[in-house]
Design a protein around this ligand. Structure first.
Ligand SMILES: [Zn+2]
Ligand SMILES: [Zn+2]
Ligand SMILES: [Zn+2]
Length: 250
């Protein structure tokens, strides 16, 4: 499997408009890894490619790569930074598009009449199995202030756990997954404690108790550290800091 991080920013992205904090100014001056569009992933298996979430910048993200072979879109939850770009598919009309969302997320989606004729909506439950050839997906619920799902991707004995917008309180299932997977991806907008999401500090503490092979952080906000500072600080903990365009072979 291959993971491509299309965007790695939290709700506002970096730079956030009309913000002049040091993080946003560094992003404007230096660009590169300091800039973060809102979070989205491509997960590519042997025969299928899946897009996770459609942030507001999705059209920009996909115009660079080839979207023609994406088999389906998986949505984590209703927050704008995750689904704000769904309407962009209004003008993409090559074929019918499969969109998967939790049974309690699906009713929050807003589609235009034209989009409704192009999208096949499928609902899933936590711990159900979604199969795309040899690539399997198991959605699982995470703690957030609205219904929200992470995904376990598996193919050929390799496993990726994507914890999405998870809070700091994990279940026994979430914790045991850490020991099983090759890559564990966490959303850490803030370095220190913040509501509704696990922070970098909380993740470091968690991984000291429950190690995992390759932890990765994404969904990083302008309240967090600059990219290179995060990389330096997290190197001793073996935590990879994602940046826009980063790819990992699993
Ligand atoms: Zn988010
Ligand atoms: Zn800022
Ligand atoms: Zn959220």
């Amino acid at each position: 499997m291959k993971i491509t991080f299309l965007g790695t920013g939290a709700a506002e992205g970096i730079p956030s408009f009309d913000c002049h904090c040091p993080r946003c100014e560094a992003a404007r001056e230096r660009g590169g890894k300091e800039q973060r569009r809102r979070s989205s992933l491509l997960v590519s298996g042997a025969d299928h490619k899946l897009l996770v979430d459609t942030p507001p910048e999705i059209s920009n993200m996909l115009s660079r790569g080839d979207f023609s072979d994406v088999s389906a879109i998986l949505l984590t939850h209703e927050h704008y930074d995750h689904i704000g770009g769904l309407m962009e598919f209004e003008y993409w009309c090559n074929r019918v598009l499969h969109v998967f969302a939790g049974y309690d997320v699906l009713p929050t989606l807003r589609l235009t009449p034209r989009l409704s004729t192009m999208i096949l909506l499928s609902e899933f439950e936590s711990h159900s199995l979604i199969v795309f050839g040899s690539l399997q997906v198991i959605p699982f619920k995470v703690m957030h202030h609205v219904p929200c799902y992470g995904f376990l991707f598996q193919e050929g004995g390799r496993k990726i756990a994507y914890y999405s917008d998870s809070g700091q309180i994990l279940s026994e299932f979430h914790i045991r997954l850490l020991a099983e997977v090759d890559v564990a991806i966490f959303h850490t907008p803030a370095f220190e404690h913040a509501d509704h999401h696990i922070s970098v500090q909380e993740l470091i503490e968690l991984l000291q108790r429950y190690p995992t092979r390759q932890p990765v952080i994404t969904h990083i906000s302008h309240h967090n550290r600059k990219h290179e500072e995060l990389v330096e600080e997290l190197r001793p903990h073996n935590i990879l800091v994602a940046y826009d365009g980063m790819e990992i072979e699993v």
